[in-house]
Design a binder for this molecule. Sequence first.
Ligand code: FE2
Length: 453
Amino acid sequence: MNRPTDTQTMIQAASPTGTTPGYMPGFGNDFETEALSGALPEGMNSPQKCNYGLYGEQLSGTAFTAPSHQNERTWCYRIRPSVKHSARYEKIDLPYWRSAPDINPDVISLGQYRWDPVPHSDEELTWLTGMRTMTTAGDVNTQVGMASHIYLVTASMQDAYFYSADSELLVVPQEGRLRFCTELGIIDLEPKEIAIIPRGLLYRVEVLEGPARGFVCENYGQKYELPGRGPIGANCMANRRDFKTPVAAYEDRDAPSTVTIKWCGQFHETKIGHSPLDVVAWHGNYAPVKYDLRNYCPIGAILFDHPDPSIFTVLTAPSGVPGTANIDFVLFRERWMTMENTFRPPWYHKNIMSELMGNIYGQYDAKPQGFAPGGMSLHNMMLPHGPDKDAFEGASNADLKPEKLDNTMSFMFETRFPQHLTAFAAKEAPLQDDYIDCWEDIEKKFDGTPGKK
Ligand SMILES: [Fe+2]
C-alpha cells in the first residue's frame, strides 16, 4: 500500500533548485542544509548547547584518519541522538537477502548464465522482504566484495526503518517509483536514475508507483567514487554537478516503530517509540546521492577499433589494488557508432573480472534476443563470452555507415572477485537453461585459404 502522505510530515529545508523533494548539486561536496533556520551551529561542530535543544552527532563514513581527499563524515543536529533509536537487538531472518560468502555446494557458479526478469508475485513485499540476492562475491566480514540483488517491492515500509552497517547500496530501478526517506533527506527514484545509500544511513522506503523492480549492487568495500578520466580531461562521462544530494528533512513522529539493521550478513530488529528520521540540520560530505543516467556523456572511438568497456564507467569502488576495482558500475547507453572497418559490437573475450549485467530498457547490441529489460546475465571470472551468431554475422557484414544505437540502456556490475550464485538465482529465478546455446551455431570459417573472410 502506498503511503505518500507520510513524507508530507517530513519538514524539508528550502530547496536551492526549487524542486520537491529538494536537492543540492555535486558529488562528494561538503554540503550544509537546515530545515529550521539557525539549527546549524556557526563556525563549530559541537557547541555546548545546540539551538532548538537539538543533539549534535557525527556520522563517520571513513576512518577518522583516512587521507583527506577520501575522508567523509557528516554532522547531524537531531531531535534525539541515535542511541535513542535503538534498544535491545533481536535476530531476525530475511532468507532471500544473502551475504558473501554464500557458497552452496550443490550450485555451480562456473558457467555463463542469463535470467529472464524475475516476475512479481501476489505477495506484499517491502524493501526488506522483497530483496532477492542473485550473486555474492568476497566476504562481508572483511569488507571486500559485493552482492547483486533484484528487488521486487509492492508495499511501503510502515513505521519501519533500516540501515546496512555492511555496505553502501547502489540502487538501479527498472520499473516503478520509490521514495527513500533518509536521515539526511528525501530521494525520489525512478528508472533511468540511480541512487547511492551510504553505509550506516537510516531510511524508510515507500512505493510511489508500484510494483517496483530494479537492481541493487551492495558494496562491502571502499566507497564508490568517480573514475579518473586521465587524458580525457575535466569533462564528459559522469560530471560532478549532475549528482544530487537531498536537502535536510525531518519528522517529529511518536509511534511504535521497528528498526532493522544488517550487520555482518545478519539481520537484527530493535523496537523504539518514534521515528528516527529526526535530523533537522546537517553539514558534511557523507550523504546519499542520486544521478540521472541520461546525463551520462559517453566517450568512444571516432575512427577505428574501440576501447575497453571501462570507457563507460560511471562509478568505481576501489579495492586497494590500483586500477582493479572492487566494483565498477558501467553503463551501455545510446550512442553513435562511427568506426570504420571495425567489428563494432563487444568482442569475444575472457576477463579476470566477473561481469554481471542487467537491462534497464531496450535491446543490447551484442545480444539482440533473449536479454530482456529486467533480465540479468553473468559472465564469471575467466569464462569466455561475446556476441551470439546473429550479432557476429550482422556486424561482420554490415555496411559501416554512422549508426545510432538507440533505445538501449544496460549496465554492468563488474568486480575483481568471482561471483557465486545464490540458491535463489540457481533454483527459483527464471534461469535460461539454453543461454549457452546462443554460441552453438557459430561456425568454423577457416580452411587455410588465404584472403578468406
Ligand atoms: Fe564481457
